[in-house]
Design a binder for this molecule. Structure first.
Ligand code: ATP
Ligand code: MG
Length: 470
Protein backbone atom coordinates (compact mmCIF):
# COMPACT_ATOMS: atom_id res chain seq x y z
CA UNK A 1 0.00 0.00 0.00
CA UNK A 2 1.18 3.53 -0.73
CA UNK A 3 2.43 4.92 2.59
CA UNK A 4 0.81 8.23 1.90
CA UNK A 5 -2.63 6.80 1.44
CA UNK A 6 -2.35 4.82 4.70
CA UNK A 7 -4.68 5.87 7.51
CA UNK A 8 -1.77 7.07 9.66
CA UNK A 9 -0.43 9.06 6.72
CA UNK A 10 -3.66 10.87 6.07
CA UNK A 11 -4.23 11.44 9.78
CA UNK A 12 -0.86 13.13 10.25
CA UNK A 13 -1.28 15.00 7.04
CA UNK A 14 -4.51 16.53 8.29
CA UNK A 15 -2.86 17.31 11.58
CA UNK A 16 0.05 18.98 9.87
CA UNK A 17 -2.19 21.00 7.57
CA UNK A 18 -4.09 22.55 10.43
CA UNK A 19 -1.18 23.19 12.77
CA UNK A 20 1.59 24.51 10.62
CA UNK A 21 2.45 28.13 11.34
CA UNK A 22 2.43 30.53 8.43
CA UNK A 23 5.14 33.14 8.28
CA UNK A 24 4.23 36.78 7.73
CA UNK A 25 3.48 37.59 4.11
CA UNK A 26 3.54 33.94 3.18
CA UNK A 27 2.65 33.33 -0.45
CA UNK A 28 0.18 30.61 -1.30
CA UNK A 29 1.99 27.30 -1.71
CA UNK A 30 2.69 26.13 -5.24
CA UNK A 31 2.46 22.47 -4.27
CA UNK A 32 -0.50 20.58 -2.94
CA UNK A 33 1.19 20.32 0.44
CA UNK A 34 3.75 17.86 1.68
CA UNK A 35 3.63 14.11 1.88
CA UNK A 36 4.19 13.18 5.49
CA UNK A 37 6.34 10.22 6.29
CA UNK A 38 5.79 9.12 9.88
CA UNK A 39 8.56 7.80 12.09
CA UNK A 40 7.41 4.18 11.90
CA UNK A 41 7.81 4.37 8.13
CA UNK A 42 11.04 6.33 7.71
CA UNK A 43 12.63 4.71 10.78
CA UNK A 44 15.36 7.26 11.35
CA UNK A 45 16.71 6.30 14.79
CA UNK A 46 16.39 9.25 17.17
CA UNK A 47 19.83 8.68 18.63
CA UNK A 48 21.32 9.40 15.19
CA UNK A 49 19.88 12.90 15.19
CA UNK A 50 22.44 15.44 16.19
CA UNK A 51 21.53 16.89 19.56
CA UNK A 52 22.59 20.43 18.74
CA UNK A 53 20.60 20.47 15.49
CA UNK A 54 17.51 19.11 17.24
CA UNK A 55 17.82 21.71 20.02
CA UNK A 56 18.21 24.49 17.46
CA UNK A 57 15.11 23.46 15.48
CA UNK A 58 13.15 22.87 18.68
CA UNK A 59 14.06 26.25 20.11
CA UNK A 60 12.98 27.99 16.89
CA UNK A 61 9.62 26.22 17.09
CA UNK A 62 9.22 27.12 20.76
CA UNK A 63 9.76 30.75 19.87
CA UNK A 64 6.92 30.64 17.33
CA UNK A 65 8.92 30.02 14.18
CA UNK A 66 9.24 26.95 12.03
CA UNK A 67 12.40 24.90 12.41
CA UNK A 68 13.41 21.66 10.68
CA UNK A 69 16.47 19.56 10.05
CA UNK A 70 16.93 19.48 6.33
CA UNK A 71 19.02 18.47 3.36
CA UNK A 72 21.95 16.07 3.22
CA UNK A 73 21.64 15.02 6.86
CA UNK A 74 18.13 13.62 6.40
CA UNK A 75 19.06 12.05 3.06
CA UNK A 76 22.11 10.36 4.63
CA UNK A 77 20.21 9.13 7.70
CA UNK A 78 17.58 7.57 5.44
CA UNK A 79 20.44 5.78 3.66
CA UNK A 80 21.94 4.60 6.97
CA UNK A 81 24.94 6.82 6.37
CA UNK A 82 26.63 9.08 8.86
CA UNK A 83 25.84 12.73 7.96
CA UNK A 84 28.79 15.05 7.53
CA UNK A 85 26.93 18.03 8.93
CA UNK A 86 23.44 19.01 10.07
CA UNK A 87 21.52 21.93 8.63
CA UNK A 88 18.43 23.63 9.99
CA UNK A 89 15.87 25.58 7.95
CA UNK A 90 13.47 28.13 9.40
CA UNK A 91 11.06 30.90 8.47
CA UNK A 92 12.86 33.25 10.90
CA UNK A 93 15.08 35.72 9.08
CA UNK A 94 18.80 35.38 9.82
CA UNK A 95 18.56 38.42 12.09
CA UNK A 96 15.51 37.07 13.96
CA UNK A 97 17.25 33.72 14.47
CA UNK A 98 20.44 35.50 15.53
CA UNK A 99 18.51 37.17 18.35
CA UNK A 100 17.46 33.74 19.69
CA UNK A 101 20.90 32.14 20.00
CA UNK A 102 23.57 33.62 22.20
CA UNK A 103 26.48 31.85 20.52
CA UNK A 104 25.57 32.61 16.94
CA UNK A 105 27.12 34.53 14.07
CA UNK A 106 25.71 35.88 10.82
CA UNK A 107 27.76 34.96 7.78
CA UNK A 108 27.69 35.20 3.98
CA UNK A 109 26.57 37.74 1.44
CA UNK A 110 25.63 35.72 -1.64
CA UNK A 111 23.71 33.42 0.71
CA UNK A 112 23.13 34.85 4.20
CA UNK A 113 23.23 32.28 7.01
CA UNK A 114 23.43 31.93 10.76
CA UNK A 115 26.05 29.76 12.43
CA UNK A 116 24.97 28.52 15.85
CA UNK A 117 27.61 27.01 18.09
CA UNK A 118 26.95 24.27 20.65
CA UNK A 119 30.24 23.20 22.20
CA UNK A 120 32.16 21.60 19.37
CA UNK A 121 29.13 21.38 17.07
CA UNK A 122 28.27 24.11 14.64
CA UNK A 123 24.79 24.19 13.13
CA UNK A 124 23.99 26.13 9.99
CA UNK A 125 20.60 27.83 10.14
CA UNK A 126 19.21 29.00 6.79
CA UNK A 127 16.05 31.00 6.24
CA UNK A 128 13.59 29.48 3.76
CA UNK A 129 14.47 30.75 0.28
CA UNK A 130 12.11 31.26 -2.64
CA UNK A 131 12.81 31.12 -6.34
CA UNK A 132 13.51 34.59 -7.70
CA UNK A 133 10.80 34.31 -10.35
CA UNK A 134 8.09 33.76 -7.77
CA UNK A 135 9.08 36.93 -5.94
CA UNK A 136 9.96 39.45 -8.65
CA UNK A 137 9.60 42.28 -6.12
CA UNK A 138 12.45 40.83 -4.11
CA UNK A 139 14.69 40.10 -7.08
CA UNK A 140 15.69 43.71 -6.90
CA UNK A 141 19.42 43.14 -6.80
CA UNK A 142 19.59 43.72 -3.10
CA UNK A 143 18.00 40.41 -2.10
CA UNK A 144 18.30 38.39 -5.24
CA UNK A 145 20.26 38.84 -8.40
CA UNK A 146 20.98 36.84 -11.54
CA UNK A 147 23.62 37.66 -14.14
CA UNK A 148 23.08 37.76 -17.90
CA UNK A 149 23.41 33.99 -18.30
CA UNK A 150 20.78 33.36 -15.62
CA UNK A 151 23.27 32.51 -12.90
CA UNK A 152 22.20 33.40 -9.37
CA UNK A 153 24.74 35.76 -7.87
CA UNK A 154 22.73 36.69 -4.79
CA UNK A 155 20.23 34.38 -3.15
CA UNK A 156 18.48 36.08 -0.25
CA UNK A 157 14.88 36.07 -1.42
CA UNK A 158 12.94 34.57 1.47
CA UNK A 159 9.82 32.44 1.18
CA UNK A 160 7.81 29.58 2.61
CA UNK A 161 8.87 26.03 3.39
CA UNK A 162 7.27 24.84 0.12
CA UNK A 163 9.19 27.42 -1.85
CA UNK A 164 12.34 26.52 0.05
CA UNK A 165 11.89 22.88 -0.94
CA UNK A 166 11.45 23.80 -4.60
CA UNK A 167 14.61 25.91 -4.78
CA UNK A 168 16.81 23.08 -3.47
CA UNK A 169 18.79 21.08 -5.99
CA UNK A 170 17.75 17.41 -5.92
CA UNK A 171 14.54 15.88 -4.61
CA UNK A 172 16.46 13.69 -2.12
CA UNK A 173 18.04 16.86 -0.70
CA UNK A 174 14.68 18.48 -0.02
CA UNK A 175 13.40 16.40 2.90
CA UNK A 176 12.55 18.14 6.19
CA UNK A 177 12.54 16.50 9.61
CA UNK A 178 10.36 18.02 12.31
CA UNK A 179 11.85 17.75 15.82
CA UNK A 180 8.40 17.77 17.44
CA UNK A 181 6.36 15.20 15.51
CA UNK A 182 9.42 13.31 14.15
CA UNK A 183 7.87 13.16 10.69
CA UNK A 184 9.69 13.72 7.42
CA UNK A 185 7.98 16.33 5.21
CA UNK A 186 8.36 15.72 1.52
CA UNK A 187 7.27 18.35 -1.04
CA UNK A 188 9.02 16.91 -4.12
CA UNK A 189 8.60 13.11 -3.90
CA UNK A 190 12.17 12.89 -2.71
CA UNK A 191 11.39 9.99 -0.38
CA UNK A 192 10.22 7.90 -3.31
CA UNK A 193 13.28 8.85 -5.35
CA UNK A 194 15.53 7.94 -2.45
CA UNK A 195 13.91 4.52 -2.13
CA UNK A 196 14.36 4.06 -5.90
CA UNK A 197 17.94 5.31 -5.70
CA UNK A 198 17.29 8.08 -8.19
CA UNK A 199 18.91 11.49 -8.32
CA UNK A 200 16.40 13.92 -9.81
CA UNK A 201 16.72 17.66 -10.20
CA UNK A 202 13.80 19.69 -8.89
CA UNK A 203 12.24 21.75 -11.71
CA UNK A 204 13.71 22.15 -15.18
CA UNK A 205 17.23 20.65 -15.01
CA UNK A 206 18.71 22.80 -17.78
CA UNK A 207 17.54 26.04 -16.13
CA UNK A 208 18.57 24.87 -12.67
CA UNK A 209 22.12 24.05 -13.84
CA UNK A 210 22.34 27.44 -15.55
CA UNK A 211 21.19 29.13 -12.34
CA UNK A 212 24.04 27.44 -10.50
CA UNK A 213 26.51 25.34 -12.54
CA UNK A 214 28.02 23.91 -9.33
CA UNK A 215 24.92 21.70 -9.24
CA UNK A 216 26.54 19.68 -12.05
CA UNK A 217 29.47 18.81 -9.80
CA UNK A 218 27.05 18.05 -7.02
CA UNK A 219 25.05 15.72 -9.29
CA UNK A 220 28.20 13.76 -10.15
CA UNK A 221 29.33 13.72 -6.51
CA UNK A 222 26.01 12.52 -5.11
CA UNK A 223 25.60 9.88 -7.82
CA UNK A 224 29.05 8.61 -6.82
CA UNK A 225 28.53 8.86 -3.08
CA UNK A 226 25.03 7.39 -2.97
CA UNK A 227 25.39 4.94 -5.86
CA UNK A 228 22.25 6.53 -7.38
CA UNK A 229 21.21 6.60 -11.02
CA UNK A 230 20.86 10.09 -12.41
CA UNK A 231 17.40 10.38 -13.90
CA UNK A 232 17.67 10.88 -17.71
CA UNK A 233 16.40 14.49 -17.88
CA UNK A 234 18.63 15.43 -14.96
CA UNK A 235 21.54 13.69 -16.67
CA UNK A 236 21.27 15.03 -20.24
CA UNK A 237 22.51 18.60 -19.60
CA UNK A 238 25.58 17.30 -17.75
CA UNK A 239 27.11 16.39 -21.12
CA UNK A 240 26.49 19.88 -22.47
CA UNK A 241 26.82 22.55 -19.83
CA UNK A 242 30.21 21.91 -18.20
CA UNK A 243 31.62 25.06 -19.82
CA UNK A 244 29.43 27.17 -17.50
CA UNK A 245 31.73 26.28 -14.63
CA UNK A 246 34.13 28.93 -15.92
CA UNK A 247 31.84 31.57 -14.37
CA UNK A 248 32.09 30.13 -10.88
CA UNK A 249 34.42 31.81 -8.41
CA UNK A 250 37.60 29.68 -8.17
CA UNK A 251 37.42 29.74 -4.36
CA UNK A 252 33.97 28.13 -4.48
CA UNK A 253 35.21 25.48 -6.90
CA UNK A 254 38.12 24.75 -4.58
CA UNK A 255 35.64 24.10 -1.73
CA UNK A 256 33.64 21.84 -4.01
CA UNK A 257 36.76 19.95 -5.08
CA UNK A 258 37.66 19.40 -1.41
CA UNK A 259 34.21 17.94 -0.80
CA UNK A 260 34.78 15.53 -3.68
CA UNK A 261 38.20 14.49 -2.42
CA UNK A 262 36.96 14.14 1.12
CA UNK A 263 33.77 12.27 0.31
CA UNK A 264 35.46 8.87 0.46
CA UNK A 265 34.15 8.28 -3.07
CA UNK A 266 36.88 10.00 -5.07
CA UNK A 267 37.38 7.16 -7.55
CA UNK A 268 33.70 6.90 -8.41
CA UNK A 269 33.40 10.71 -8.59
CA UNK A 270 36.33 10.74 -11.01
CA UNK A 271 34.55 8.26 -13.30
CA UNK A 272 31.44 10.44 -13.21
CA UNK A 273 33.44 13.58 -14.06
CA UNK A 274 35.14 11.86 -16.95
CA UNK A 275 31.86 10.46 -18.23
CA UNK A 276 30.26 13.90 -18.42
CA UNK A 277 33.38 15.74 -19.53
CA UNK A 278 33.36 17.83 -16.36
CA UNK A 279 36.97 17.20 -15.35
CA UNK A 280 38.33 19.48 -18.07
CA UNK A 281 36.51 22.40 -16.45
CA UNK A 282 38.01 21.94 -12.99
CA UNK A 283 41.35 20.19 -13.72
CA UNK A 284 41.89 21.09 -17.36
CA UNK A 285 45.61 20.27 -17.31
CA UNK A 286 45.01 16.83 -15.82
CA UNK A 287 42.23 16.16 -18.33
CA UNK A 288 44.59 17.15 -21.16
CA UNK A 289 47.28 14.78 -19.88
CA UNK A 290 44.75 11.98 -19.54
CA UNK A 291 43.86 12.43 -23.21
CA UNK A 292 47.51 12.87 -24.25
CA UNK A 293 49.48 10.69 -21.84
CA UNK A 294 52.68 10.68 -23.94
CA UNK A 295 53.55 7.23 -22.65
CA UNK A 296 53.06 8.05 -18.96
CA UNK A 297 50.66 6.08 -16.73
CA UNK A 298 48.57 9.20 -16.10
CA UNK A 299 45.20 7.62 -15.41
CA UNK A 300 46.71 4.93 -13.22
CA UNK A 301 48.37 7.54 -11.02
CA UNK A 302 45.18 9.59 -10.72
CA UNK A 303 43.13 6.50 -9.85
CA UNK A 304 45.71 5.21 -7.38
CA UNK A 305 45.91 8.59 -5.65
CA UNK A 306 42.14 8.79 -5.32
CA UNK A 307 41.87 5.17 -4.20
CA UNK A 308 44.55 5.75 -1.60
CA UNK A 309 42.61 8.74 -0.25
CA UNK A 310 39.30 6.87 -0.24
CA UNK A 311 40.94 4.06 1.70
CA UNK A 312 42.49 6.43 4.25
CA UNK A 313 39.11 8.10 4.81
CA UNK A 314 37.47 4.72 5.37
CA UNK A 315 40.07 4.07 8.05
CA UNK A 316 39.36 7.49 9.60
CA UNK A 317 42.86 8.69 8.72
CA UNK A 318 43.58 12.25 7.74
CA UNK A 319 44.10 13.26 4.12
CA UNK A 320 45.86 16.31 2.84
CA UNK A 321 44.53 18.09 -0.23
CA UNK A 322 48.12 19.11 -1.08
CA UNK A 323 49.03 15.47 -1.68
CA UNK A 324 46.10 14.92 -4.03
CA UNK A 325 46.74 18.12 -5.95
CA UNK A 326 50.42 17.13 -6.22
CA UNK A 327 49.44 13.73 -7.62
CA UNK A 328 46.75 15.00 -10.01
CA UNK A 329 49.06 17.69 -11.36
CA UNK A 330 52.25 15.61 -11.37
CA UNK A 331 52.16 14.68 -15.07
CA UNK A 332 51.02 18.13 -16.22
CA UNK A 333 54.04 19.48 -14.32
CA UNK A 334 56.31 16.81 -15.83
CA UNK A 335 55.13 17.52 -19.38
CA UNK A 336 55.60 21.25 -18.90
CA UNK A 337 59.02 20.68 -17.39
CA UNK A 338 60.17 18.55 -20.30
CA UNK A 339 59.02 21.20 -22.73
CA UNK A 340 60.97 23.89 -20.86
CA UNK A 341 64.06 21.69 -20.87
CA UNK A 342 63.78 20.94 -24.57
CA UNK A 343 62.72 24.32 -25.86
CA UNK A 344 64.51 26.67 -23.51
CA UNK A 345 67.40 24.46 -22.45
CA UNK A 346 66.65 24.86 -18.74
CA UNK A 347 68.30 22.50 -16.24
CA UNK A 348 66.23 20.16 -14.09
CA UNK A 349 65.74 22.32 -11.00
CA UNK A 350 64.96 25.67 -12.68
CA UNK A 351 62.74 23.83 -15.19
CA UNK A 352 60.86 22.20 -12.34
CA UNK A 353 60.37 25.49 -10.52
CA UNK A 354 59.15 27.24 -13.63
CA UNK A 355 56.86 24.33 -14.55
CA UNK A 356 55.47 24.29 -11.01
CA UNK A 357 54.73 28.03 -11.21
CA UNK A 358 52.96 27.67 -14.53
CA UNK A 359 50.92 24.60 -13.60
CA UNK A 360 49.86 25.89 -10.18
CA UNK A 361 49.14 29.30 -11.73
CA UNK A 362 46.81 27.77 -14.28
CA UNK A 363 45.11 25.52 -11.73
CA UNK A 364 44.49 28.49 -9.45
CA UNK A 365 42.52 30.18 -12.21
CA UNK A 366 40.11 27.23 -12.05
CA UNK A 367 40.03 26.16 -8.42
CA UNK A 368 41.98 28.66 -6.31
CA UNK A 369 44.59 26.89 -4.17
CA UNK A 370 45.27 28.59 -0.84
CA UNK A 371 48.97 29.14 -0.12
CA UNK A 372 48.88 26.70 2.78
CA UNK A 373 48.41 24.03 0.11
CA UNK A 374 50.36 25.40 -2.85
CA UNK A 375 53.62 25.58 -0.90
CA UNK A 376 53.45 21.91 0.16
CA UNK A 377 52.56 20.90 -3.42
CA UNK A 378 55.80 22.49 -4.65
CA UNK A 379 57.76 20.84 -1.84
CA UNK A 380 56.31 17.41 -2.60
CA UNK A 381 57.35 17.83 -6.25
CA UNK A 382 60.79 19.15 -5.37
CA UNK A 383 61.40 16.14 -3.15
CA UNK A 384 60.69 13.79 -6.06
CA UNK A 385 64.00 15.02 -7.48
CA UNK A 386 65.83 14.81 -4.18
CA UNK A 387 64.69 11.34 -3.13
CA UNK A 388 67.04 9.60 -5.61
CA UNK A 389 69.99 11.42 -4.02
CA UNK A 390 70.16 9.44 -0.83
CA UNK A 391 73.80 8.69 -0.33
CA UNK A 392 75.53 9.04 3.04
CA UNK A 393 73.76 11.31 5.51
CA UNK A 394 71.35 12.64 2.90
CA UNK A 395 68.78 9.88 3.41
CA UNK A 396 68.34 10.65 7.11
CA UNK A 397 68.23 14.36 6.43
CA UNK A 398 65.52 13.87 3.82
CA UNK A 399 63.44 11.91 6.29
CA UNK A 400 63.37 14.92 8.60
CA UNK A 401 61.80 17.09 5.92
CA UNK A 402 58.23 17.99 6.98
CA UNK A 403 56.99 16.90 3.55
CA UNK A 404 58.97 13.65 3.43
CA UNK A 405 55.99 11.40 4.18
CA UNK A 406 53.78 12.89 1.45
CA UNK A 407 56.67 12.92 -1.02
CA UNK A 408 57.49 9.28 -0.27
CA UNK A 409 53.80 8.39 -0.72
CA UNK A 410 53.78 10.06 -4.12
CA UNK A 411 56.99 8.29 -5.10
CA UNK A 412 55.48 4.91 -4.24
CA UNK A 413 52.27 5.80 -6.07
CA UNK A 414 54.28 6.69 -9.17
CA UNK A 415 56.15 3.41 -8.99
CA UNK A 416 52.99 1.38 -8.38
CA UNK A 417 51.32 3.15 -11.28
CA UNK A 418 53.96 1.88 -13.68
CA UNK A 419 56.61 4.58 -13.79
CA UNK A 420 60.07 3.01 -13.94
CA UNK A 421 61.99 4.41 -10.97
CA UNK A 422 64.49 1.55 -10.74
CA UNK A 423 63.14 0.36 -7.42
CA UNK A 424 63.52 3.71 -5.66
CA UNK A 425 60.17 3.48 -3.87
CA UNK A 426 60.98 0.03 -2.58
CA UNK A 427 64.42 1.23 -1.43
CA UNK A 428 62.82 3.97 0.66
CA UNK A 429 60.22 1.57 2.05
CA UNK A 430 62.97 -0.79 3.19
CA UNK A 431 65.17 2.01 4.47
CA UNK A 432 62.51 3.27 6.86
CA UNK A 433 62.07 -0.12 8.52
CA UNK A 434 65.76 -0.89 9.05
CA UNK A 435 67.99 -0.30 12.06
CA UNK A 436 70.67 2.44 11.90
CA UNK A 437 73.45 -0.01 11.02
CA UNK A 438 71.68 -1.43 8.00
CA UNK A 439 70.55 2.05 7.01
CA UNK A 440 74.07 3.32 6.93
CA UNK A 441 75.07 0.30 4.86
CA UNK A 442 72.17 0.92 2.46
CA UNK A 443 73.00 4.58 1.92
CA UNK A 444 76.67 3.73 1.33
CA UNK A 445 75.65 1.21 -1.31
CA UNK A 446 73.75 3.75 -3.43
CA UNK A 447 75.44 3.84 -6.86
CA UNK A 448 77.57 6.94 -7.31
CA UNK A 449 75.81 8.29 -10.40
CA UNK A 450 72.58 8.58 -8.44
CA UNK A 451 74.29 10.74 -5.88
CA UNK A 452 76.02 13.49 -7.82
CA UNK A 453 78.92 15.11 -6.01
CA UNK A 454 78.18 18.38 -4.37
CA UNK A 455 79.57 21.12 -6.53
CA UNK A 456 81.94 23.40 -4.70
CA UNK A 457 81.21 26.97 -5.57
CA UNK A 458 84.77 28.07 -6.01
CA UNK A 459 85.00 31.29 -7.86
CA UNK A 460 88.04 32.37 -9.77
CA UNK A 461 89.72 35.51 -8.42
CA UNK A 462 88.89 37.30 -11.66
CA UNK A 463 85.18 36.47 -11.36
CA UNK A 464 85.16 37.44 -7.69
CA UNK A 465 86.62 40.79 -8.54
CA UNK A 466 84.13 41.28 -11.34
CA UNK A 467 81.17 40.53 -9.06
CA UNK A 468 82.42 42.58 -6.13
CA UNK A 469 82.61 45.56 -8.40
CA UNK A 470 79.09 45.28 -9.53
P1 ATP B 1 26.94 16.95 1.92
O1 ATP B 1 26.91 17.81 3.15
O2 ATP B 1 26.92 15.50 2.18
O3 ATP B 1 28.00 17.36 0.97
P2 ATP B 1 24.46 18.24 1.37
O4 ATP B 1 23.32 17.87 0.47
O5 ATP B 1 24.15 18.36 2.82
O6 ATP B 1 25.60 17.20 1.11
P3 ATP B 1 25.32 20.94 1.56
O7 ATP B 1 26.25 21.68 0.70
O8 ATP B 1 25.64 20.72 2.99
O9 ATP B 1 25.06 19.56 0.82
O10 ATP B 1 23.92 21.68 1.43
C1 ATP B 1 22.82 21.43 2.28
C2 ATP B 1 21.53 21.48 1.47
O11 ATP B 1 21.38 22.76 0.86
C3 ATP B 1 21.46 20.50 0.31
O12 ATP B 1 21.04 19.23 0.74
C4 ATP B 1 20.47 21.16 -0.61
O13 ATP B 1 19.15 20.97 -0.17
C5 ATP B 1 20.81 22.63 -0.45
N1 ATP B 1 21.81 23.08 -1.44
C6 ATP B 1 23.16 23.12 -1.27
N2 ATP B 1 23.76 23.58 -2.37
C7 ATP B 1 22.79 23.87 -3.25
C8 ATP B 1 22.77 24.40 -4.56
N3 ATP B 1 23.90 24.72 -5.17
N4 ATP B 1 21.58 24.57 -5.16
C9 ATP B 1 20.43 24.24 -4.53
N5 ATP B 1 20.38 23.73 -3.31
C10 ATP B 1 21.53 23.54 -2.65
MG1 MG C 1 25.46 18.98 4.31
Amino acid sequence: MDKNSSPIGSFIRKLFGSHRKRSAGEASPQTSGPQLIPEEVHQIPRRQLNDAAMKTAYHLQDEGYEGYLVGGCIRDLLMNKHPKDFDVATNATPEQAHALFRRSRLIGRRFKLLHVRFGRDMIEVATFRASHDSHPKNSDGEHGRQNDSGMIVRDNVYGTIEEDALRRDFTVNALYYCPKDHCVYDFTHGYNDLKNRTLRMIGDPDARYREDPVRMLRAARFAAKLGFTIEPETEAPLYELGYLLKDIAPARLFDEVLKIFQSGHGVESYHQFRKYGLLEHIFSQTAYCLDNPQGAPVEQLVLNALQNTDRRLQQDKSVTPAFLFAALLWYPMQQRMRKLQQQEGLHTVPAMHEAANQVIGEQISQTAIPRRFSTPIREIWELQFRLPRRQGKRADRLMEHPRFRAAYDLLVLRENSGEDLEGLGKWWTDYQTQNPQIRSHMSREVPKDEAPKRRRRRRSPAKKHEQNNG
